[in-house]
Design a binder for this molecule. Structure first.
Ligand code: FMN
Length: 392
């Protein structure tokens, strides 16, 4: 009965997915998609990761119209009042992106976006304008729009450029409006490919110190998500990085892998395999004590998944490992022929597939978990957040 209904919805929404699909899912399927990002309640777990798809107002408007839960703006490079940016090498201009197939180590064909660019390449003023528009869109539509920053990352023994932290954070807080300021801090994969990130102690120092420095720089209360890179070390180091981020409110796990030969970041199945493996290791979750160091006193940072999320099933894989929401990039820029929907923006088509695909969608996956006895209804309703492992 429910399956037949799902097939029917999948077919009819190919032409037009209702913006309030979470309401529809609740009414018809008794499935509550409520999710969280940085302590904020979301109507559903799907958001857009920082990158080339959150650079302008048109993209934000399309995403809000499609019903995306949240968008992280492209990463801006911090600067001081005079405009000096120690991380200026990350603000290079590059427009050419190629969406292409990439085979994983085990041969599975996935998608990746090849691109040699890095951070926001226009002025801070323009970025603040986009942030303000994002705030207005959030007020009007409920789609959260959050800025992302790459701050100065010194070598060991070098001091942090406090002026860059202070100036950029203050300007972002002014443009944000009502506190708390929500902010993502990017430690990007191209950084993983840089000599700066060769030293483990250096990376751990950044993760320990940067959130506190941003808090100190903010004139208003701030909630911080730290987007962790996939460093060029082993899984144990990924745990050590998570463990070092005790002063973050959320962790985004984990940004793309780095192909040193080609000099570019990449995604696909190797990325989700690694991320899920690390997140799925017992004790890896913040607050639960990592295999390396116990985190007895650590805060309870919320997790957000990112990496090769191209189906509802994959959303649930990240959720089963503790992710309260997810951030996509690649699946929001595939060739149109890859989506089952026939009309609408890529975001709308992606949401349609992620939610309503009768085999691989979130609804189908949650019903399957229920049948397998791994998810129980409360008050007759299945809850997305109940998919997360619960600390007892
Ligand atoms: C072209 C491109 C540019 C990106 N730029 C940024 C960025 O500026 N800041 C950031 O935090 N992540 C950036 N990302 C990472 C994405 O937000 C996302 O976390 C990552 O690509 C993994 O998700 P995916 O497999 O769905 O693409 C970028 C990704 C791509 C493909």
């Amino acid at each position: 009965m429910t399956r037949a209904r799902l097939e029917r919805d999948f077919e009819r929404f190919k032409r037009d997915l209702p913006r309030d699909f979470p309401g529809h899912v609740r009414d018809v399927y008794h499935v509550d998609l409520t999710a969280r990002y940085l302590g904020c309640t979301l109507a559903h777990p799907i958001g857009k990761g920082s990158g080339q798809l959150s650079l302008n107002v048109g993209q934000l408007e399309d995403d809000a119209a499609a019903g995306l839960a949240f968008v992280v703006l492209k990463t801006v490079i911090a600067q001081d009042e005079a405009g000096t940016r120690s991380m200026a090498a990350w603000a290079i201009h590059e427009t050419r992106m190629t969406v292409e197939r990439r085979a994983a180590a085990d041969g599975r064909e996935g998608w990746t976006v090849s691109w040699k660019g890095r951070g926001w390449d226009r002025s801070l003023e323009e970025y603040l304008g986009l942030e303000r528009t994002g705030r207005d869109i959030a007020t009007a539509t409920g789609m959260l729009v959050v800025p992302s920053v790459k701050y100065h990352l010194p070598r060991l023994g070098e001091a942090f450029r406090t002026e860059e932290y202070d100036y950029t954070t203050r300007r972002l807080a002014e443009a944000w409006g009502e506190p708390p300021l929500l902010l993502e801090i990017d430690f990007s994969p191209t950084l993983a490919g840089d000599a700066l990130a060769d030293d483990r102690a250096q990376i751990l120092r950044w993760l320990r110190e940067v959130p506190g420095r941003v808090r100190a720089a903010s004139p208003v209360p701030v909630r911080l998500a730290v987007k962790l890179m996939n460093a060029r070390f082993d899984d144990a180091f990924q745990f050590a990085m998570m463990d070092a981020c005790r002063n973050a409110d959320a962790l985004v796990c984990f940004n793309r892998l780095f192909d040193a030969e080609k000099g570019i970041a990449y995604g696909g199945w190797d990325l989700s395999d690694r991320n899920l493996r690390v997140l799925g290791t017992p004790g890896s979750r913040p607050g639960s004590g990592s295999p390396l160091t116990p985190r007895a006193s650590a805060g309870q940072a919320g997790l957000t998944g990112t990496g090769n999320i191209c189906s509802g099933r994959m959303v649930l894989e990240y959720a089963r490992r503790g992710c309260e929401s997810v951030q996509l990039h690649t699946f929001l820029q595939l060739p149109l022929s890859e989506y089952p929907a026939t009309e609408g923006s890529r975001t709308r088509r992606a949401l349609h597939a992620l939610m309503f695909d009768p085999r691989d969608g979130v609804i189908a996956g949650m019903l399957e978990l229920e049948e397998a006895g791994r998810l129980e209804r409360r008050g007759g309703v299945l809850h997305f957040l109940d998919v997360l492992p619960h600390a007892d």
